[in-house]
Design a protein around this ligand. Structure first.
Ligand code: ACO
Length: 406
């Protein structure tokens, strides 16, 4: 089938026939065995396993293994994988100086993407993408170090000393500790909070050919190394129409609260095409019924706030959802809360600052990006991604010297 598709593509190239599909509304850029998504029925499965089951029973590390290697690990595989992540969690001491070069106001996504790309300068062996023996180490380095970089970026931004990863802690607990421990007061790990963080990361772990994953695949198709490809994915995720929406949602809810809490005013504004305002955390290219991730996250938000204390922004979010779902504009366009709508409320309750929300998304999406990069590299049929275009400029015009231009 693959060969047939390539034959057709070659024929198109020879005959000059090109199809146009702006924003890839209907074009599949690849085949993939990683994630199954049914947008009409709100189904999402990683390697065939429903995310509801993974959120309830798995951990982020185990789910990462599943996505990247294609099956649930047995005990020995999971131990080996977890040990690799523990062993590779430190970053090179010289990399710590990089943080000094960024202003303290730097957005952590800018820091994260730069630092991840810089990893390729510390591990030049990763530049040889055809060396299959090294790939497991490169994957472990990335999964382990992104967490450390994210926490260090936060510590730097608030002027606190870095907290080094601790080998005795599990993946999410280690991250929470690096984020929130201070020398005077070690952070106490609450297993319930650790579980919630696991759930959030699992729910973000893959979503087939979204903007950032497609970016990772396109960049990787040129045989760019894994660090460089993931760094590009992080940049793509940053945009407010994609992962950056989780930060925008909280800013929107906060603005509604400061404005008196009248959600109907904002629903009306989102319907007004001249307002340039959208309900952030609403709508999805693929989900047209409900986003199964949002359902789980909403329940988590209730659970976390019952523990951490009431947040008026949750009431505003629920009020906004209720008002929007009664409105024909949103119903007709099938616009529902997406994964980003309630996640920020949880991150806020856990103590994460707003500008770290998209970093948390990146941390969660990492195994998905890696799985797609690996799937593509393992496929001998992979060709460099190179979309065509339909040219709309002048057919031919002559060069006019500067002094003759009117
Ligand atoms: N608020 C108001 N109207 C909306 C919204 C919204 N959040 N989302 C879509 N619409 C409207 C559009 O104006 C359009 O209306 P029209 O048919 O009258 O022109 C219609 O719904 C279809 O929207 P498109 O933008 O064409 O849908 P698309 O699939 O291209 O975009 C997207 C999906 C980007 C998610 C969009 O719904 C959006 O901008 N949402 C807000 C940002 C957001 O939450 N992004 C996170 C997405 S999830 C993720 O990346 C993790």
């Amino acid at each position: 089938e693959n060969e047939k598709a390539i034959d057709i593509a070659n024929l198109r190239a020879k005959t000059g026939l090109v199809t146009i599909d702006p924003a890839f509304m209907n074009t599949a850029s690849t085949k993939s065995a990683i994630t199954y998504l049914d947008g009409e029925q709100g189904i999402l499965r990683y390697r065939g396993i429903p995310i509801e089951q993974l959120a309830e029973k798995s951990t982020f590390v185990e789910t990462s293994y599943l996505l990247i290697y294609g099956h649930l690990p047995d005990k020995a595989e999971l131990t080996r994988f977890s040990t690799l992540l523990t062993r590779h969690s430190l970053i090179h001491e010289d990399m710590k100086h990089f943080f000094d070069g960024f202003p303290s106001t730097a957005h952590p996504m800018a820091v994260l993407s730069s630092m991840v790309c810089s990893l390729s300068s510390y591990y030049p062996d990763a530049l040889d993408v055809d060396n299959k023996d090294l790939i497991d180490i490169t994957i472990a380095r990335l999964l382990a170090k992104v967490r450390t970089i994210a926490a260090f970026a936060y510590k730097k931004s608030i002027g606190q000393p870095f907290v080094y990863p601790r080998n005795s802690l599990r993946y999410c607990a280690n991250f929470l500790n690096m984020m929130f421990s201070v020398p005077a007061e070690p952070y106490e790990i609450d297993p319930e909070i650790e579980k919630v963080l696991n759930i959030l990361l699992i729910l973000h772990a893959d979503h087939e050919q979204n903007c950032s994953t497609s970016t990772v695949r396109l960049v990787g198709s040129s045989k760019a190394n894994l660090f460089a490809s993931i760094s590009a994915g992080i940049c793509a995720l940053w945009g407010p129409l994609h992962g950056g929406a989780n930060q925008e949602v909280i800013q929107m809810l906060d603005a509604i609260q400061r404005d008196g809490g009248d959600v109907s005013k904002y629903v009306a504004m989102a319907k007004d095409k001249t307002s340039n305002f959208r309900l952030m955390g609403f709508g999805h290219r693929v989900y047209k019924n409900f986003d199964p991730r949002a359902k789980i996250i909403k329940a988590c938000a209730d659970q976390v706030l019952a523990k951490k204390g009431h947040d008026p922004l949750l009431d505003i979010a629920k009020g906004l959802e209720e008002a929007a779902l009664k409105d024909s504009y949103f119903v007709e366009r099938k616009l529902y809360p997406n994964v980003d709508f309630y996640s920020g409320i949880i991150y806020r309750a856990l103590g994460f600052p707003t500008n770290m929300f998209t970093v948390l998304f990146a941390l969660g999406r990492l195994p998905g990006w890696i799985a797609h990069w690996k799937e593509m590299m393992d496929d001998p049929q992979t060709k460099i991604g190179r979309p065509r275009q339909v040219y709309t400029g002048p057919t031919l015009q002559n060069y006019v010297p500067l002094d003759q231009r009117s």
